[in-house]
Write a protein that binds this ligand. Structure first.
Ligand code: FES
Length: 267
């Protein structure tokens, strides 16, 4: 899925995480040199690196939070992984900030304790990086992939009136293309097939992958995470691992406009 925090399709979060990774690892290395050589000078460099690492972490966290809230599909395995990734990185930040405070209260004599804490934090940072890699490589968060004839990523935010939504810009859809429509907190995919238009949930029942980020051909959409396939008109599953189908919605073409009808719940 294309990142919401990106410049021309290039995600900001993976670019910015390089800075805290470099500075925090550098702080550990310079504190290690201080421990080996006994020279305070190395510890002073480590302190500057920790401050730079904290600033870099906060800068990287901003697009990370935006992606967590608006890019990672809701109620998915990717959402849980992204939450663990974020919490682990907050722990890394707090441990390094703690070592700064610890130094000011205990002087440079506490170097062994500081080294141990920093080693734990760097280990956690590696673990967080491993989860971040899985989010990109497997969950495709921030990946703006375009399979043949899929066109550019299209996303709309619309409002429903009595459950009826006019789908603007639907004319941009060519056969086998999809757009993600956000309406009343729901994520719905509107697609064009050889036999007309179709609308279905942007939620794979297997582990919550975003179907709008998948591939569609001949009226069948394939989930980008593990390859489940669904008929976009009936919602029926055509290939696993998903065992159940997806909800589909009624569409109506009238007066040159396309309308989506959502089920209206009775009070
Ligand atoms: S999330 Fe696993 S196939 Fe869609």
């Amino acid at each position: 899925m294309r990142s919401k925090a990106s410049i021309k399709g290039h995600s900001l979060h993976p670019m910015l995480v390089s800075f805290p990774i470099a500075f925090f690892t550098g702080a550990l290395v310079f504190d290690l040199l201080r421990w080996i050589s006994g020279k305070i000078f190395y510890s002073d460099i480590a302190e500057v690196m920790i401050v730079a690492g904290i600033i870099g972490s906060i800068a990287a966290a901003i697009p990370g939070v935006i992606d967590y809230l608006y890019t990672v599909p809701p109620k998915s395995s990717g959402k849980k992984r992204a939450a663990k990734h974020g919490i682990t990185n907050v722990c890394v930040l707090l441990i390094f900030a703690g070592t700064l405070i610890y130094r000011t209260h205990n002087g440079q004599d506490a170097i062994t304790t500081i080294l141990l804490l920093e080693a734990v934090a760097v280990g956690l940072m590696v673990f967080a990086g491993w989860m971040g890699g899985t989010l990109v490589a497997r969950n495709q968060i921030g990946v703006d992939h375009r399979f043949a004839e899929a066109g550019k990523w299209k996303e709309l935010h619309l409002q429903a009136q009595d459950g009826r939504v006019e789908i603007t810009d639907f004319g941009e859809l060519k056969t086998d293309q999809m757009m993600l429509v956000h309406v009343d907190g729901k994520r719905i995919v509107v697609a064009r097939t050889e036999s007309g238009f179709a609308a279905f949930d942007d939620h794979c029942p297997h582990r919550g992958g975003s179907l709008a980020g998948g591939a569609m051909i001949c009226g069948t959409v394939q989930c980008p995470w593990h390859g489940s396939q669904f008929d976009v008109h009936s919602g029926a599953p055509k290939a696993g691992p998903a065992k159940t189908g997806i909800p589909v919605y009624a569409l109506q073409l009238a007066g040159g406009k396309l309308y989506l009808q959502l089920p209206v719940s009775n009070p």
